[in-house]
Design a protein around this ligand. Structure first.
Ligand code: MCN
Length: 799
């Protein structure tokens, strides 16, 4: 008998392929006669091109074409604002190739296509480009001041968008408060650093008029829409395939990037397949960034630590363009109150243009910054009121009986008011306290301090709106020969394990092993209704669509088997790849037989079915009408549309030791409690949380993109931009809570970004606690590099 797969630690189907070098990424595709592309990019941040000459590049043997914007015809248009919002007063988006003006170092100016990559790169370097260099200001705080150099000449103070959101009566809350705490915090700019950089290949079929594009994207359907519109081709004539993709983390959602337009354009123009794979140094100055936000946050509280009101004013650095509108800032603004029952909120932000790589969502999407702001403020409030940091949080939690809890005037990215669906925040904190053994830690800390060692404990709660709509779908088809289930969705994975998770969901319904469910995602040729993989939404939205489709497939199989077995569909059970009448496993048929039954010619060649059954003669007697309500084969498509976001949450803590001489931070323990509702596969969930924490460690300790005063990125390589090695990520102790979301049939919440969100605050809080005997000032920013620790210590000595 089959055992339940949902909730089981099923080994990932995809891993055998991915970890033995058999993954197939864009660069692996064996495209006959493929040509290779390379871009010439802007060397200056803000400039006006005075001279652009491609003659020498075109003359290089092996070069097929050099394109500038003037060659693009209908494609020479600015890209649309992908998520409009009325507060965006000055939306500016990019051209596929720059016109006269360039807006950041790395902006694409020309595209070369040649016999091989070496020639293409050499030719790109032969393109002569002169600029009038214009003044720049890369710090968003200074860029928003009067008189600062403008990125776009017609955008005053570089303010792209300004939004004010008010919930309750903040003025009254602040007037009634016993105590107000204020802090300014800053999180710096980073990059997702996926293992596989951006990549695109394309082939134009002149016979059928079809364009096939392989792209390392998180959004094949979105890209297909963009290309069909830009190239003025019927959607049916454009197929976008995301093969294996080596990490996405947000920046691979459709933008579209220059390569996503130029590669197909060149393939169509030259009638040859064309490929371009970004190298690492390009990735730093081309793939979108995220994170810089500066928050001024205030909390109004009673003397016993109950928060009455919150005010937050923040600047969001949007880079040189704003393709995703206010998405990142809006997400930050709507999660600023975290898990706390704060009745009055005033949050306002400005999105500021800077002459830097454009900013779009990166794992966490504004939440790490918002979380840093509210949790830093909670720590400070606790310190000022003399209340324990755990206790002050407990006093302010939304309690289980208060769900659904709505913040009516904060509108989330789905266009709906923030409504937290469920949670047991108190239980999560209690589980963390138990796992940590707080009394023992406090004793250890006292002992360490007596020995002059700087030991500190930090914590952070977080909430995360996951599983945004509007919908996703799934198709399930039983293979007419093998009876194996093929599952297609409109999403695509970049390492999240969808192939296994969806297989588990389907296996439960139709009674097969997960390895007999073959999941194919990311190909508009097989399924083309869907949005994209982002916002930790696949498990909630696709997962439930897969479940609904599997229930539907189960019903269809039961009906067909009942017809074959002359039984009632309600009496049909499915297990071990067979359908049988309840109570008698001998009266049954294989799923291969069910799948093939209504097609006599297929059946004739179906060895799997023929060897199995006594029903073969019936099936072969062709011409009989299908029984009532039956359709040929087993194939269903279903959709799921969530009513609104589901809210995952958790709390992390770290015990760290700071060495005041070397300024090194040693993470001695890292504990996390999280709740993503019912887990499809706890092993995948643990991998997601651990990967998220590792990425969060990068943000907490190392990762900061440093622009110089000319707008040149100073650390555009892994020599200078440090990501954590496996050896620098501590062992993560993980505790799962499972509070089912009431919003969807499977009770799921998302988890893909969760691990990343609280880490900056956890480390800041722990370092602050460790150094507190020295009188260091509050930690106000991450990353906490050794020099940042040194600064804190120096300030303590100065004071
Ligand atoms: N899952 C589960 N039970 C749950 C929730 C999720 O078993 N209750 C499983 C899902 O089945 C899925 C995985 O966990 O296999 C992640 O699910 P989900 O939270 O829905 O996230 P998505 O699949 O939508 O992936 C997007 C999310 C985001 S937004 C970023 S950024 C991110 C992340 O996933 N990028 C990643 N995790 C990543 N992991 C890898 N390896 N690579 C990336 O680029």
């Amino acid at each position: 008998m089959s055992t339940r797969q949902f909730g089981a630690r099923v080994q990932r189907n995809e891993d055998a392929r991915l970890i033995t070098g058999r993954g197939r990424f864009v660069d692996d595709l064996p495209l006959d006669g493929v040509l290779h592309g390379a871009f010439a990019r802007s060397a200056v941040a803000r400039g006006r091109i005075t001279h652009l000459d491609t003659t020498a590049a075109r003359a290089l043997p092996g070069v097929h074409r050099v394109y500038t914007h003037a060659d693009l015809g209908e494609l020479d248009v600015t890209m649309p604002l992908l998520i409009p919002h009325p507060c965006i007063g000055h939306p500016r988006t990019q051209y596929p190739l720059a016109h006269e003006d360039v807006y950041h170092v790395g902006q694409a100016i020309a595209f070369v296509v040649a016999d091989d990559r070496y020639i293409a790169e050499d030719a790109a370097r032969l393109i002569e480009i002169d600029y009038d260099i214009l003044p720049v200001e890369v710090d968003p705080a200074k860029a928003a001041l009067d008189g600062a150099p403008l990125v776009h000449e017609d955008v005053p103070n570089n303010i792209a968008a300004h939004l004010v959101q008010v919930s309750g009566d903040p003025d009254a809350a602040f007037a009634a408060a016993d105590h107000v705490t204020r802090i300014q915090v800053r999180v710096d700019r980073s990059t997702a650093a996926p293992m596989e950089c951006l990549s695109t290949a394309a082939r134009w079929d002149a016979v059928s008029g079809e364009l096939t594009v392989w792209d390392g994207t998180q959004a094949p359907i979105g890209l297909r829409g963009a290309l069909s519109s830009l190239f003025d081709l019927d959607e049916d004539k454009v197929r976008v395939v995301a093969p294996d993709v080596g990490g996405g983390f947000g920046p691979k959602i459709v933008f579209p990037y220059s390569n996503e337009i130029l590669v197909p354009f060149a393939a169509k123009d030259l009638r040859r397949p064309v490929k371009w794979v970004e190298d690492r140094s390009e990735n730093f100055v081309h793939m979108t960034h995220e994170r810089t936000q500066i928050h001024d946050i205030e909390l109004a509280a009673t003397s016993d630590g109950v928060v009455l009101g919150l005010r937050d004013t923040f600047l969001h650095d949007t880079g040189s363009f704003i393709p995703y509108g206010i998405a990142v800032a809006q997400v930050a603004s709507t999660q600023i109150a975290g898990p706390y029952r704060i009745p009055a909120i005033h949050v306002t932000f400005d999105c500021v243009y800077t002459p830097t790589v454009p900013v779009t969502p990166y794992r966490g999407c504004g939440r790490p910054q918002a979380n840093f702001a509210i949790e830093r403020a909670m720590d400070q409030l606790a310190a000022e009121l003399g209340i324990d940091r755990f206790e002050i949080r407990r006093r302010n939690f939304i309690t289980p009986d208060e769900f659904p809890y709505t913040r009516p005037d904060l509108v989330f990215a789905d266009g709906l008011p923030v409504t937290l669906d469920s949670g047991r925040y108190d239980d999560a904190l209690a589980a963390l306290e138990k796992a940590l053994d707080l009394d023992a830690i406090r004793a250890e800390q006292e002992q360490a301090r007596a020995e002059g060692r700087m030991l500190g404990l930090g914590l952070s709660f977080y909430v995360e709106g996951t599983g945004l709509g509007p919908y996703e779908g799934a198709k399930i088809r039983l293979h007419p020969i093998t009876g194996k289930a093929y599952v297609n969705t409109g999403l695509t994975a970049q390492g999240q394990g969808h192939e296994t998770a969806w297989a588990q969901i389907v296996a439960d319904q139709i009674g097969v092993r997960p390895e007999d469910v073959i999941v194919v995602e990311g190909d508009t040729g097989v399924f083309d209704w869907g949005v994209a993989t982002f916002a930790s939404r696949a498990a909630v939205v696709s997962g439930n669509a897969v479940h609904i489709a599997a229930v539907s497939a189960r019903a269809r199989i039961a009906q067909a088997a009942a017809n074959m077995l002359e039984a009632d569909p309600d009496d049909i059970e499915l297990a071990d790849g067979r359908a049988f009448v309840r109570g008698t496993t001998s009266r049954g048929v294989t799923l291969a037989e069910v799948a093939t039954m209504s097609n006599p010619l297929r059946y004739a060649f179906n060895k799997a079915a023929q060897t199995a059954t006594q029903f073969a003669p019936t099936a072969r007697s062709t011409g009989k009408p299908l029984p009532d309500g039956e359709r040929p084969g087993i194939e269903v498509s279903e959709y799921y549309s969530p009513p609104h976001a589901t809210w995952a949450y958790g709390v992390h803590a770290a015990l760290v030791e700071v060495d005041p001489v070397t300024c090194d931070i040693d993470v001695k323990r890292y504990v996390c409690v999280h709740d993503c509702g019912n887990m499809i596969n706890p092993m995948i969930v643990e991998g997601q949380v651990a990967g998220g924490v590792a990425q969060g460690m990068g943000g907490a300790f190392y990762e900061k993109l440093e622009y110089d005063e000319n707008g040149v990125l100073r650390n555009a390589s892994f020599m200078d931009f440090l990501v954590p090695y496996a050896t620098e990520v501590p062992h993560i102790e993980m505790i799962h809570l499972e509070t089912p979301s009431p919003l969807n049939p499977l009770g799921i919440k998302g988890v893909g970004e969760a691990g990343t969100i609280p880490v900056g605050q956890v480390i800041a809080s722990a370092v602050e606690d460790a150094l507190s005997p020295l009188g260091t000032p509050p930690v106000r920013q991450v990353p906490l590099s050794p020099s940042a620790i040194h600064d804190l210590l120096r300030q303590a000595r100065v004071n």
